[in-house]
Design a protein around this ligand. Structure first.
Ligand SMILES: Cc1ncc(COP(=O)(O)O)c(C=O)c1O
Length: 356
């Protein structure tokens, strides 16, 4: 028996359709499409009419090109492999004025999107003046030019509601966009909103061409105030009871006294999944479902877990760690870890992977 990572394609597709509505999306497919599988996700998004993708790795961008010959593919990190960027017609971020002035002659024919640093400070041009300096130089520089096709930023606080930093970063960004458009600059792509921003604004900002969405398309709510039915989770993580063991009061189980029984005849299900399969320690502080009933995890090991059960549980019963009831996003809101952190941890080399 082996634990199974399973995606219901119909639900996945239905969720994409409902999140997207009639808006233009740039689907974020980095890190193997949040571990849902790059090939699967790109094909599913194409079927729902999404033909703009972004990732952080050139090798993923090249794989997307093979899957989607006509798509716009945006590389959110820089790559210095300019020949491949040209060859596969990948759009790339322009992360700083220094990068522009150092590499402008080598970036010919490449489509770049000017990145605004904003409050995240991970990458990007510092302010309007820096962006204007690049645009002005680019206008002057007549031969062997790159194409400045886009303008973008990333919000660091869109899923924060207790502080006003999102309102600050949003205002700074919208003022910058308006100033550049008022100066007569035009961009084929203007994109800023991640799932949280897109959902809290109930749509795309004016003048923007795309929302750049990840987690909502993968079936998890970016913040707790959203109703559960706004987003549907297609993923199930299911393990198996290998056998039932009984221990008595004050006996321990698991490594280094992980759990001590407080009563005689404590029934423990040995389950065939552990942290080696990607179950986070924080997730193991919560329950699993067996035959529709909730049971506590008592110890987490590399390939196993102990779950305290009652007499109704038997060897070979299914053990659910995630499904439409035990949702990734609910555990996010309980502090287990970000949605993407829980998804990325799952080890698709050791779990059986099924799409159905
Ligand atoms: C630059 C950038 N844009 C968009 C996203 C998508 O964010 P989300 O998954 O919250 O929609 C991410 C995700 O980390 C990102 O790094």
């Amino acid at each position: 028996m082996t634990a199974i990572w399973q995606v219901d394609e119909h639900i996945f597709q239905k969720n994409v359709r409902s999140v997207k509505g009639n808006d233009a999306m740039m689907a974020v497919v980095k890190n193997n499409a949040y571990n849902y599988g790059l090939d699967f996700a790109v094909k599913a998004f194409l079927e729902e009419g999404i033909n703009t993708f972004s990732t952080t790795s050139l090798s993923e961008a090249i794989r997307i090109r093979a899957l989607a010959p006509h798509a716009t593919i945006f590389l959110m990190n820089i790559s210095y492999d300019f020949d491949s960027i040209r060859k596969y017609q990948i759009h790339m971020t322009l992360p700083s004025a220094a990068f522009y002035f150092e590499y402008k002659s080598q970036l010919y024919d490449i489509h770049v999107h000017l990145e605004y640093e904003n409050l995240l400070h991970r990458s990007g041009l510092k302010n309007l003046e820096e962006i204007q300096s690049v645009l002005k130089d680019h206008t002057k520089n007549q031969k062997n030019k790159m194409n400045i096709s886009g303008l973008w930023t990333h919000f660091g606080y869109a899923d924060e509601f207790d502080v006003n930093d999102y309102e600050i970063e949003k205002k700074l960004w919208l003022e910058l966009v308006t100033a550049l458009l008022n100066e007569g600059y035009t961009f084929d792509f203007i994109h800023a909103q991640n799932s949280a921003s897109y959902m809290r604004e109930e749509g795309i900002f004016p003048y923007h061409t795309h929302a750049r969405i990840g987690i909502a398309l993968y079936g998890s709510r970016p913040y707790a105030a959203l109703p559960r039915q706004a987003i549907q989770q297609a993923l199930t993580l299911r393990a198996n009871v290998i056998q039932i063991r009984t221990i008595h009061k004050d006996e321990h189980c698991g490594y280094s006294f992980a759990f001590t029984a407080s009563k005689n005849n404590t029934k423990l299900a040995v389950v065939d999944i552990g942290y080696g399969d990607g179950v986070l320690r924080t997730r193991a502080q919560h329950e699993v479902l067996i035959n529709g009933k909730s049971y506590p995890i008592r110890a987490l090991m590399m390939s196993h877990m102990f779950v305290e059960v009652d007499d109704s549980v038997k060897a070979q019963d299914d053990v659910i760690l995630y499904n439409e009831i035990l949702r990734i996003d609910d555990y996010t809101f309980k502090g287990v870890g970000a949605n993407s952190e829980q998804l990325s941890a799952l080890n698709l080399d050791s779990l059986i992977k099924e799409y159905r």
